[in-house]
Design a protein around this ligand. Structure first.
Ligand code: BTN
Length: 253
């Protein structure tokens, strides 16, 4: 059970808590399509049994240990090609939250992960509903590993594994909602440059030499940013390349 976050104007004010569900993103999508939903409606569960990850992956989360939630927003003010700013706003909110609880290195890994010490602590799954020229609803699904200590994936971690401490999920939720709302309001106010600059400041391997792989093989390059449609911009020394999600991967050491 969760309480309505205290520090926000609209984020999480309409709180839909379900003890168990397959996927909060699926529930949120149904809610927005069938009944409509107020801006900032949040669907949250203690036990997500068939969590959706990126490109058909499954997101697993131990019951009661982590945050698994979906926010419904209505970014009708945002031009469709600018939809990656929603990803930036959500990523920045999670980055800010994690920075308040750990002095370790927190980075946003393009396009959807938040890393602590190069390990994945959080995944974001954004699903847009588009009608004509406008984004009518966006579902921002967030899986944030907090108190879970056992993972099957080598590159997964949690706050507890990093700091050794237990966290109050409600307190984390309250702060997350407040940070998200701050960034989302900036977006509504048209402060997209500020958002982009903040995002670049937290972006994993930004302007650092790194090794990547694409479907052809591995190559070295330096991230120069993300373009307006959310493609990763990599300078390989031989030229600038643009990558969509899943067209490129980082080679971790
Ligand atoms: C990823 O890194 O692959 C994205 C994972 C997103 C997981 C969250 S958990 C809450 C919400 N509901 C889902 O079914 N998925 C997202």
């Amino acid at each position: 059970m969760y309480k309505i976050p205290a520090k926000t104007l609209f984020t999480g004010k309409n709180l839909v808590f379900v003890p168990e569900c397959h996927s909060t993103n699926v529930l949120a999508l149904e809610l927005s399509q069938k009944k409509g939903a107020a801006e900032g409606t949040m669907v949250i569960t203690n036990n997500q049994t068939r969590g959706k990850g990126q490109v058909g992956n499954v997101w697993s989360s131990e019951p009661g240990k982590n945050l698994t939630l979906s926010l419904i927003i209505k970014p009708t003010f945002l031009a469709i090609p600018d939809q990656f700013y929603l990803n930036m706003a959500a990523s920045l909110a999670l980055h800010d939250l994690l920075k308040t609880v750990t002095a370790e290195t927190v980075r946003i890994k393009w396009p959807n992960d938040i890393l602590i010490n190069e390990k994945k602590t959080c995944g974001i799954l954004i699903e847009n509903q588009i009608q004509g020229n406008s984004i009518t609803y966006t579902i921002i699904g967030i899986g944030l590993n907090i108190n879970q200590v056992r993972f099957n994936e080598k590159r997964a971690t949690s706050l507890k594994l990093i700091t050794g401490l237990d966290y109050n999920l409600q307190a984390m939720l309250d702060e997350l909602c407040a940070y998200f709302e701050q960034w989302y309001i900036k977006l509504r106010e048209g402060k997209s440059n500020e958002i982009r600059q903040a995002y670049y400041g937290c972006l994993y391997k930004m302007e650092e030499q790194a090794t990547f792989s694409d479907k052809v093989g591995s190559f070295d390059g330096q991230i120069e940013g993300v373009d307006d449609v959310g493609r990763l911009i990599v300078n390989t020394g031989q030229g600038i390349r643009y990558f969509n999600t899943k067209e490129v991967q980082f080679n971790f050491p």
